[in-house]
Design a protein around this ligand. Structure first.
Ligand code: GZL
Ligand code: ZN
Length: 344
């Protein structure tokens, strides 16, 4: 799919757009609005491509970066009018926001479904309204996959395998490939595609090692507070833990706190091996210090890809159903060259 660098706006739209912009500036209000369902909803400028975005929440550094990547691209000067809603980790808020977008007859609906189930009805309503839906980050588990036009996200299953394969290599390097390895897993939000994929991918590798035991996998909701609480409980319960697999950096920060409070060291020279996911800058710094052994990247900068899909649809082009974003694995050996490039 050829992507043009600049959106074509027809001359008619240009004039209205400039007038619209003038009105907005004079009106003192920015062209992008946040709707979290409380404040009065703004009038939509019909001369722009209106995009309604329902975001999971702001549970993690990753999510904040993901939101920023949306707000950076769906701007007035690129021909868009963004209606943005933060669901604060509640599916019913996402469904309400999508229904509001439908009633406002937006041109496109974009959302990251907090969990995979429960979307068939509202996506049918969007289709009945003739509004294309683009999924970002997580996926929906629906009977009819034509209910959405495209999905932009990561290969979570591949990320889980990356973690397992890295651990294989590391234990071999340490001469521990025959040793009993006791593993705990801090999982992300139950039912989230990212948690499902990472769990499955890692387990696929783990089952090939009879000396690896996954003691327990616990939902720690992708947050630091829950990560700390869950890690504390696991440390109370299990005498010996050799590896912590934490499915995002925010939970890892909490787990590190729980361990260091008990004098347990982690990372390259530590008692416990720590495998994390997301690879946000604050965690990559801990990789560089050797406190986290490895961080499996999950790239949140999906806004530009979602915008490319919408631009293609605006031109009447067909689009791929799936867009996987490139990702890699960061260790103390390679993280240095990426750290200063990280802007989240
Ligand atoms: C991953 C995304 C996850 C991140 C977490 O694509 O679904 O949700 O890994 C975020 O940080 O909460
Ligand atoms: Zn597989």
């Amino acid at each position: 799919m050829a992507i043009k660098t600049q959106r074509d706006i027809s001359p008619g739209r240009k004039v209205c757009f400039l007038l619209g912009l003038l009105a907005l500036v004079l009106g003192g209000c920015a062209g992008q609005f946040r709707i979290s369902g409380e404040e009065e909803e703004p009038a939509v400028d019909e001369n722009l491509v209106v995009v309604g975005v329902s975001q999971v929440g702001s549970e993690s550094v990753w999510r904040t970066a993901n939101t920023a990547s949306i707000q950076e691209v769906f701007t007035n000067d690129r021909g868009y009018f963004l209606l943005f809603s933060n669901a604060r980790q509640r599916q019913e808020n996402q469904i309400k926001a999508i229904r509001r977008f439908i009633s406002r007859q937006v041109d496109y609906i974009v959302f990251s479904p907090i969990t995979e189930s429960g979307w068939d009805v509202v996506l049918q309503e969007a289709r009945d309204a003739g509004i294309p839906v683009i999924l970002m980050d997580r996926q929906v588990d629906v009977q009819d996959h034509t209910l959405y036009t495209a999905w932009v996200g990561s290969d979570f299953h591949g990320e889980g395998r990356n973690a397992g394969e890295w651990l294989e290599g590391y234990l071999e390097q340490q001469g521990r490939e025959e040793e009993e390895i006791r593993i705990v897993v801090l999982q992300g939000t139950e039912g989230a595609t990212s948690a499902i994929g990472r769990t499955r991918g890692f387990q696929e590798v783990a089952v090939t090692h009879s000396n690896w035991t996954i003691l327990e996998q616990v939902d720690a909701e992708y947050t630091t507070a829950k990560g700390r609480e869950v890690m504390d409980n696991l440390l109370d319960k299990y005498e010996e833990i050799d590896v912590v697999i934490s499915q995002n950096d925010d939970m890892t920060f909490g787990a590190l706190e729980a361990m260091s409070r008990r004098g347990i060291t982690t990372g390259v020279e530590g008692d416990v091996i720590v495998v994390s996911f997301d690879a946000v800058k604050s965690a990559l710094k801990l990789v560089e210090q050797g406190v986290i052994n490895v961080d499996i990247e999950c790239n949140p900068e999906q806004g530009e890809w979602v915008e490319k899909v919408i631009r293609a649809l605006e031109r009447g082009e067909d689009v791929e159903k799936t867009f996987y974003i490139e990702e890699q694995v960061f260790t103390p050996e390679n993280v240095g060259e990426y750290l200063d490039q990280r802007n989240y």
